[in-house]
Every structure is written in C-alpha cells, then in structure tokens.
Design a protein around this ligand. Structure first.
Ligand SMILES: Nc1nc2c(ncn2[C@@H]2O[C@H](COP(=O)(O)OP(=O)(O)OP(=O)(O)O)[C@@H](O)[C@H]2O)c(=O)[nH]1
Ligand SMILES: [Mg+2]
Length: 487
C-alpha cells in the first residue's frame, strides 16, 4: 500500500525544473496554475473531517461522508488472490485520496457476496472485532452494495458503512472545480442517493424516533424525493447547455480542419504529466486518483506547421460508477470526438493489462472505441523490466515512455503527429500576396509540401481539406487538385 504524504504528491523529479522552465517562458506565471491548484488542494486536505455536502439539498436524509479512519473489506469471487489484493490496494488508494487513513483490510473468498450483509456472518464478526481494535469510524466495501446490505452491515458493525461507488463520488466531489464538473458530480451523487434515501442506518436517520416510516416521516421522504428529482432535471438541463458550448467549440475546430488528440487512460497513469511534458501545459499532477476532472485542451503545432489540439481528460477506473459515466457523458464524448486517442497505461502498476481492459470498456461505452488508439506505456523509469518486456511482446505497436525522465517523448510526439489525419486534397496553387490570410490558413491546418515566393505570389504545393481547397480554387496552377485519401 502506498503511503501518501504531501511531499510525494509533488512530482519530485520534474517539479523544480518545470517551474524554472515555465518562469522563463511564461513570465505571468499562468502556466503554474497546476502547482497552485495542487497547493490549494493540499491545504484543504488538512482540514479534519472535510466531507462532501450536497449544499443545495440540505433537508434530505443524507449523511455527509466523513471518512477518517477506515477499514476496507472486499469479497473475492473470481480470479487469483493477487487480483483480489490489487483490487483492495486500489480501494486503499481511493480511500487515501478521499482523505482518510486506512487502518486495515479484509478479504473474503465467497461464490458471491452475501445477499443480506455482503460478507458472510463469520466475517461480519471478524470485521466488528477489527473495527473495535483499530478504532475505525467507517467501513468501506469494495463493490456497490444494495441499500439494504449497507443498512444490515451497519447494524452489525455499528459504524458507518459505505461502498466503493460512494467513495469515488466523494473524491469526484472534492476534486470538481469547474461549474460543469460540479454539476456533473452533483447529478451523479443525487442519482446514487435517490434509491438509497431510506438506506442509511436507521439509528442515524433523521426519522429516528418515528420508528418505521409512516406518518409525517413518509411525507417528508416523499418531499425529499420530489425535491431531488426536480434538482436532477435542472442539473441535466444545465449540463446539456454547458455541453452545447463545448460541442460548438469542437465543431468550429473541425470546420477549421484542426485535428484533436485526446489523452485518455486509467487514473494516475500519468496523463497530465505527459501533457505537461509534450507541451508544457502546467496542468495539475498529483499522486492521487482522479486528480483531473475537468478536461484541458491545448493547441500544439507539428514541425510541418500543422496545428492540432491535445486534451487531457478525466481518468478511468475499474467499475467506474455508472452514475458518473452518465453524468460525465458530455465530457467523455470529447474523447469520442477526437481524431486520435493516446491511451496512457501505467507500466509500473501491478496489473497494466487489467487497466487497459477497464479503459477500453469505458471508451466503448461512450462510443470512443471507433477512434484510432495509440497505446502508450508510461513510467518506464520505475516499471519492472520483466513486465516491460512482456508488455512489449504483447503490444508490439505500443510506445514506451517516461513523462518524468523524458524517455521516448520525442518519439511519442512524432508518432502522434504521424497519425494526425492527413488533409485529403493535394493542391498546387499560386496565391497572390494580397491573400496572405489564405496562406496563413494553409499553414495552420494544411500540410505544406513546398512553398516558394515568386513574382506573382506564393507558390504552394500543399495538402488541405476540401473547404480550404475550394478557397484556393481561383489560384490553382497546372496539376490542380487531386483527391488523395491518404488518411
Ligand atoms: N515514476 C514516474 N512517475 C510518474 C511518471 N509520470 C507521472 N508520474 C507520477 O504519477 C502520478 C500521477 O500523475 P498524473 O499526471 O497526475 O496522472 P493522471 O493520469 O493525470 O491522473 P488523474 O488525473 O488522477 O487521472 C504523479 O505522482 C506523477 O508524478 C513517470 O514517467 N514516472
Ligand atoms: Mg490528471
């Protein structure tokens, strides 16, 4: 299990270098935004008892999550013991990211989770002992539990019980920054909450005292449900509206023939670090899960002058709660709208194959599996050499890089640029000097094969998209335009 300290959250190797580098190129300090965000986040982390609160729905029977001292418990139904341990280690990393201290972890082998208490009765007793011995205040289960399972287990172990989904939602709530991100997380939380309104432990319920749920309690529950439903519809409308703005931007990028590259992959694989390496974007890097929630898009220019965009996106995880996929659909569709997905894999992770499988599953769910994928194994500086050899055999087309050490970055950049869709039409034109705007557009989105200044104007031999070819039509010279569907 990894120890998290504020020190190792910072990128130890490149932090000072990158900062110095940025100072040189970015005197107004705009690019160090990632560092500032990180400081802000760590300052928050130190507030004991920091939890997630649905500020707008204060009346509902919803307990704030206050995860401080937790015990983890998982049911291992298939796969090897190593798989089960990896899964619990990931749950521990999630819990630490949410700001809690992990005291212990238990795994039970069972054909399937117990329908009433998730773990079997013997294990429940053991769990109760561990909770007492460690002084834990919360139990985190490695799965999505039914409301009644949560309630029964809570009654037995007498501390708060939450599941993996609630934990992930809590992290998202802590990390959401933009208006859109906050709305998406709140939507996911409310959708998770709705069927569980009665699910929280009865002892802690606001209806405590009114044993059972008849009378005024029932009415209140109905009111709460209605309020939540109203809020859900409003959030959905808001999110759709915000998504439209992004779609418009994406459409304009497409119209201008600027290809888009999305960096996707498992959470903590190093997507943001790679973006920083590739174009010094200054985005937040943290040894935490789901450090990035809001997509960042930056422009980049290939050596041949063609422009493209690189976007950093939210990371994926195994069994990403479906409420989150739904709520973040518009953000995830950014990936589906890209021309290339750079799929980043953490080569130092105990099970990179499983990461790749989980990421491809989510990509398929949002329709991004049709986009060409460039597999990139990151962290080769710390990965086990034997694992790397195995992965090289397994994924012959993959690139092996280190965002920290800079290994393979030039190759990655070249591979990305090589895969950018080629503009479709090859054109020879002589553009008069009065149409400098056209020449600039060609340089921005076309591929310039040759360019020469002549007495009549700029003689160009270029590959451009259909729209630009039409704009160049008045200036075509012999040879004209030939469709060339190279891409
Ligand atoms: N050893 C090593 N560590 C790396 C490398 N690249 C990134 N890291 C570390 O991995 C952690 C996660 O990096 P990020 O760039 O934040 O990862 P991400 O994929 O953007 O993660 P999320 O936004 O949380 O999904 C940080 O602690 C980085 O310093 C690398 O090449 N080698
Ligand atoms: Mg990130």
């Amino acid at each position: 299990m990894r120890e998290r300290t504020p020190e190792n959250d910072l990128d130890p190797e490149s932090a000072p270098d990158v900062a110095a580098h940025r100072d040189r190129f970015d005197p107004d300090g705009r690019n160090s935004r990632g560092d500032l965000e990180l400081q802000e986040r760590q300052a928050l982390r130190r507030v004991a008892g920091l939890g997630t609160e649905l500020v707008d729905v204060t009346e509902v029977e919803y307990r704030q999550l206050r995860l401080e001292r937790v015990v983890l418990v998982g049911v291992w139904t298939e796969g090897s013991l190593v798989d089960a341990e990896n899964s619990l280690a990931e749950l521990a990393a999630l819990a630490q990211t949410a700001g809690s201290e992990v005291l212990d972890g238990l795994i039970q082998r069972r054909g399937r989770p117990d329908p009433s208490t998730y773990i079997g009765s013997g294990k429940v007793a053991e769990l109760r002992d561990v909770v007492l011995a460690t002084g834990a205040d919360t139990v985190v289960c490695d799965g999505e539990l039914s409301p009644s399972q949560l309630r029964s287990l809570e009654t037995e172990v007498k501390v708060k019980v939450i599941d993996r989904t609630a934990l992930i939602l809590d992290i998202f709530a802590q990390h959401a920054k933009s208006k859109e991100g906050k709305a998406q997380v709140e939507l996911a939380q409310l959708q998770y909450l709705l069927p569980r309104l009665r699910g929280w432990g009865e002892a802690m319920s606001r209806q405590a005292g009114g044993i059972g749920t008849r009378g005024p309690g029932e009415t209140k529950l109905e009111t709460d449900r209605r309020r939540i439903r109203t809020r859900i519809s409003r959030l959905k409308r808001e999110i759709t509206a915000m998504g439209t703005i992004r779609q418009t931007k994406r459409a304009s990028r497409r119209r201008n023939g600027v290809p888009g590259v999305a960096i996707a992959g498992y959470t903590n694989a190093g997507k943001s670090s790679l973006l920083n390496r590739l174009i010094d974007a200054g985005v937040l890097v943290q040894d935490a899960l789901f450090a990035t929630l809001d997509p960042t898009t930056r422009r980049a220019v290939a050596p041949d002058g063609r422009e493209y965009t690189l976007s950093d996106t939210v990371g994926f995880v195994r069994h990403l709660p479906h409420q989150l996929i739904e709520a973040f659909r518009s953000t995830l569709e950014e990936v589906a709208g890209a021309d290339l997905v750079v799929h980043v894999v953490d080569g130092a992770h105990p099970d990179p194959d499983e990461q790749v499988r989980a990421v491809r599953e989510v990509l398929a769910e949002v329709g991004a599996d049709r986009v060409p994928e460039l597999l990139v194994v990151n962290k080769v500086d710390t990965a086990d050499p034997e694992t790397l050899l195995r992965l090289k055999r397994q994924w012959p087309g993959a690139l092996f890089v280190s965002a920290h050490a800079g290994t393979g970055i030039a190759g990655l950049r070249a591979a990305v640029e090589e895969r950018l869709p080629c503009p479709a039409v090859e054109v020879r034109a002589c553009v008069p000097y009065s149409r400098g705007d056209l020449v600039a557009r060609v340089h921005g989105s076309g591929e310039v094969l040759t360019s020469e200044h002549t007495a009549e104007g700029t003689a160009l031999h270029v590959r451009v998209d259909a729209e630009l070819a039409a704009a160049l039509a008045p200036y075509l010279v012999t040879g004209g335009a030939t469709a060339n569907y190279a891409a």
